[in-house]
Design a binder for this molecule. Sequence first.
Ligand SMILES: Nc1ncnc2c1ncn2[C@@H]1O[C@H](COP(=O)(O)OP(=O)(O)O)[C@@H](O)[C@H]1O
Ligand SMILES: Cc1ncc(C[n+]2csc(CCOP(=O)(O)OP(=O)(O)O)c2C)c(N)n1
Ligand SMILES: [Mg+2]
Length: 333
Amino acid sequence: MAEAGEFQIIEKFFTYQTFGAWKSQGVGDDCAIIDTGAGRIAVTCDMMALGTHFLPDADPEDVGYKALAVNLSDLAAAGAVPRAFFLSIGLPRRDDGWLADFSRGLMKLARESGCALLGGDTTRTPEVEGHHAPETISITAMGDLPAGMGLTRKGAKPGDDIWVSGTVGDAYAALKCRWGAWSVMPDLEPALFARMDRPTPRIALGQALLGAASAAADISDGLLADLGHILERSGVSAEIEWEKIPTSVALQSMTPARQHEAALAGGDDYELIFTAPPSSAERIYEAGLLSGTPVTRIGRVIERTSRAVTVRTPDGLPVLLVTEGFDHFRNEE
Ligand SMILES: Nc1ncnc2c1ncn2[C@@H]1O[C@H](COP(=O)(O)OP(=O)(O)O)[C@@H](O)[C@H]1O
Ligand SMILES: Cc1ncc(C[n+]2csc(CCOP(=O)(O)OP(=O)(O)O)c2C)c(N)n1
Ligand SMILES: [Mg+2]
């Protein structure tokens, strides 16, 4: 399927045949899975930029934490054990206060996850018309995998169940509240905002799913968009049931249209979406218990049809969405 925006850029300009000794399964997964000869590693690379990924008044400690969290989430989607990361950072100016806070948040998660900072690069962002481009952070993270193992977006089969971890939609709803477009009761705000500021990478769950899940991805662009990536790479379609999709109390307090928009198309969740044959259901629940992560079955994989995903509601009414999920370059060709 030819994709729009961000993914068309990758397909058109940055999808090369691999050459050299190290090969991966090809771009399109959360991680490149590489057999090095000595073992199997998973590598990922994600960027965060002020204005695109975090607000100007964001707490730098949260920015540091989240910059690593979104990368660890990709390792989780591959089932890898995080081991090391490299940090490239572009700054418009030196601000030691900002850097101390950023570093504290970053290193807190690094320590908690056993993922060591092994290198990187530091530059001043370029000056254009008297202004420096804002803070930009890029992290490359690596983990290891047992020989021959690793979750990818390819492998979902008709009849498989579709599962999601945690709850979805909160980070998007939090951003809408911060923009002043949506609101929730003040006592529900802190938990909602924390989901945007400090996402929890589902590292232990990802590892526990190795050998049990048939395909997996993390939800960064939105549940439907990231499930769509699994379906496309697996050559299948899906039916999901709206009332089974796990959402927080805060999101449930909003209108149905906002719930649909946030949970299905919002993004920034960093939950795992994965598929598994029904015979693995017990193992999946066990993986959820062992990793202390809620897991919910939300639908099933079907043979490929003209429609990638059908969302069923109890009253049979269609779910209408005002957005199709996050894409950095949608409608810009
Ligand atoms: N500039 C690029 N060059 C090469 N590969 C890229 C580039 N940008 C993205 N990719 C690859 O395209 C796929 C989709 O990217 P993305 O949606 O950012 O993945 P994710 O949501 O896991 O971060 C990934 O496999 C990623 O490694
Ligand atoms: C200031 C601000 N604007 C918008 C968002 C919402 N947002 C930014 S990136 C993103 C999706 C994921 O980002 P991307 O860089 O595509 O991550 P990847 O898919 O590469 O992991 C979302 C929902 C935000 N968190 N902060
Ligand atoms: Mg990415």
